[in-house]
Design a protein around this ligand. Structure first.
Ligand SMILES: [Zn+2]
Length: 396
């Protein structure tokens, strides 16, 4: 390895203790006191490494290592420092601390670097009141106007501050993000590194089946317009069909019945249908297919409305090749694969070349205190990131 794995892992574990509650997992949402302590920890480590540190108007932190050619735009590498409630230690911080380790390695070993290297710690990736990837969307200038001043004030921000977080034009060469996979793909195949080709888009639809609420004791079975029964039949037919395809995934994670009493035939069933795919056209096709299944339910009135639409994102081919080359150089197995979860690389891909590196998640588990990646996988990922940064520096 070109990095110092012991130093990197020690820092990552130290950061992982900030906000950690035994038995509960991580308590480090953006804008919380523990988050502030974590950012200070990263800031101190950046300064120790000789990086020039800035914090922007939303709380993103950046540490810059100069390159040999000051006229070139910067290579950014990082991820987020906040965590979901009860989450793990590595979702986010891995990418920030690995980028820092890359900068330290390049500086200490005087490895040739033409572009400046900026280590980025984004805030508010995991959602909450401001929505997911908040810090990186602010940086990418993707937040919508008018800004919600009251909401921002509750976390100590101002619309002016948020606007000022937008990156200046032409100053970014590319963005790399190392992240735990959060799925079982790599572990099942016994492959060390995943190279995401894209980040799946997400479509969500509010679906409603409306029948008639009635007495559950006196209404004959054949005369019922039971919204629950219709929904159950619909979804069982639907999920039997979805198993025949592997270019999308779909989920019904929210489901409610009305009036919702044990002795009343449900008059209404509401649920959210979520579809994810690497191709926007597939998401649309699948939604149309679902509608055709829905329209077969003749005993109820039906409604289906889009509520969320986030397009799929392609990751940069040159950066994928840079990661692949880094893996070959380090004799580490790799595979190209989709990313089923959203990341800061998503907004970043809208303003620059973006590339990701995945390392295995034990059991595919994430957003849980059980999240785990073996130390050798963490260090290997950090080493590949450092090599990929150098490879991109040569190619861009
Ligand atoms: Zn994450």
């Amino acid at each position: 390895m070109i990095i110092s794995p012991d130093r990197f892992l020690a820092d990552l574990e130290d950061l992982g203790r900030i906000g950690w509650v035994d038995g509960e997992g991580m308590d480090r949402p953006a804008f919380s006191p523990s988050y502030g302590i974590a950012r200070k920890f990263v800031e101190d480590r950046m300064k120790d490494a000789g990086l020039a540190v800035t914090v922007d108007g939303v709380g993103n932190i950046f540490g810059t290592l100069d390159g040999s050619d000051p006229s070139l735009p910067a290579i950014y590498a990082g991820s987020h420092l906040d965590a979901v409630p009860g989450g793990g230690k590595y979702d986010g911080p891995l990418g920030v601390m690995a980028a820092l380790e890359a900068a330290r390695t390049i500086r200490e070993k005087s490895l040739p670097l033409r572009h400046p290297l900026v280590v980025a710690g984004f805030t508010g990736e995991e959602g909450g009141e401001m929505g997911g990837t908040f810090g990186s969307r602010a940086f990418a200038g993707l937040l919508e106007e008018p800004m919600p001043a009251e909401k921002l004030a509750r976390v100590g921000l101002t619309p002016e501050g948020v606007r000022s977080a937008k990156a200046g034009p032409g100053r970014i060469a590319c963005y790399f993000e190392l992240h735990i996979e959060q799925g079982p793909y790599l572990e099942r195949r016994n492959i060390s590194v995943g190279i995401p080709t894209g980040i799946v888009g997400i479509s969500r639809y509010a679906v409603r089946l409306e029948g008639e609420a009635n007495h559950a004791g006196t209404t004959p079975m054949k005369e019922r317009r039971d919204a629950m029964r219709e929904a159950a039949e619909l979804l069982s037919e639907w999920f039997a069909w979805t198993d025949t395809r592997d270019d999308f995934v779909c989920n019904v994670g929210v489901f409610s019945l009305h009036p919702g009493a044990v002795a009343i035939v449900p008059g209404r069933a509401d649920f959210l249908l979520e579809i994810r795919s690497l191709k926007d056209s597939v998401m649309d096709e699948i939604a149309a297919k679902f509608r055709s299944f829905l329209e077969k339910r003749k005993n109820v009135s039906i409604f289906m409305e889009p509520v969320v639409r986030k397009g799929a994102v392609e990751l940069d081919p040159l950066l994928q090749t840079a990661v692949e080359t880094a893996c070959e150089e380090a004799k580490v197995s790799s595979v190209r694969m989709p990313s089923g979860a959203s990341h800061d690389a998503n907004p970043m891909a809208r303003i620059t070349r973006a590339g990701m590196i995945f390392v295995p998640s034990a059991g595919g588990i994430s957003h849980s205190k059980e999240e785990y990646t073996a130390p050798e996988d963490l260090a290997r990922g950090a080493d590949i990131l450092a090599r990929a940064v150098l490879e991109a520096d040569r190619r861009l």
